[in-house]
Write a protein that binds this ligand. Structure first.
Ligand code: ZN
Length: 236
């Protein structure tokens, strides 16, 4: 079983009617609904307003893959909680930051660049797979058209990714590295751009397929379980 934890700041769905209409159960609820259908996954949801911001050692210890949706509350995540998540990634936990989570404390600190990008509201996106043999692309043979999405554009200030799986093209002429993988320590990271809160992106079957594939890919192969202390060398 893959133990999946979905973390959502869960703010805009409660503040704005037009967002609540798209995601009445919260963005985490929409992610939960399709991920929990997989028999190899045990899924739980946590939110910013929970004890320890939903990111206690107990919860993280019980997580193989952490999905993260955040936007306006990045600064409300405590440095301690961000550090805990970072340490768990370094020890092998998979991490999937979605959409505006590019700018969350955890990702900024663990990747080490500004994570800045260009953005513009309400554009059509064509999401194109540029790495069809990658496990995250399994079953994605045609470009995905998102009639309405927020445009994210280059230059996207990330470190050089291990692999680029998807490119986004937007109707205003911008392009974006929309699906990228990174490795930090023992942990695997997949950043995935689609998922602006005003549009029903997470109900799209192919977007759901990509996120499902990403969870299976990001599952730890091994978790770090020792501290690599000084080893006494024996000369024979
Ligand atoms: Zn957005």
């Amino acid at each position: 079983m893959i133990k999946v934890t979905i973390w959502n700041e869960y703010q805009e769905e409660r503040q704005y009617d037009h967002v609540a209409k798209v995601y009445p159960k919260g963005i985490h609820g929409a992610l939960y609904d399709f991920l929990s259908k997989n028999e190899d996954m045990e899924v739980k949801c946590v939110t910013l307003d929970m004890e320890d911001q939903g990111l206690s050692e107990e919860i993280l210890n019980d997580t193989d893959v952490l999905l993260w949706w955040g936007h306006q509350a990045h600064d409300l995540v405590s440095d301690e909680a961000a550090k805990r998540v970072q340490q768990h990634i370094l020890n092998g936990m998979g991490f999937i930051p979605l959409h505006s989570a590019h700018y969350c404390k955890v990702l900024k600190e663990i990747l080490g660049t500004s994570m800045c990008l260009r953005w513009k509201h309400d554009e059509k996106e064509k999401l194109i797979c540029v790495n069809p043999s990658h496990p995250i692309a399994e079953g994605i043979t045609e470009p995905i058209i998102l009639e309405q999405e927020e445009m994210y554009g280059e230059y996207f200030d990330i470190p050089k990714p291990d692999e680029i799986i998807f490119l986004g093209w937007f109707s205003c002429g911008e392009v974006f590295r929309s699906g990228c993988t990174f490795t930090r320590g023992w942990g695997k990271i997949f950043y995935f751009q689609p998922g602006h809160e005003e549009y029903p992106i997470y109900y799209h079957p192919q977007i759901q397929k990509i996120i499902t594939n990403a969870v299976r890919w990001a599952k730890p192969v091994n978790k770090r379980n020792n501290d690599y202390d000084n080893v006494e060398v024996k000369h024979e």
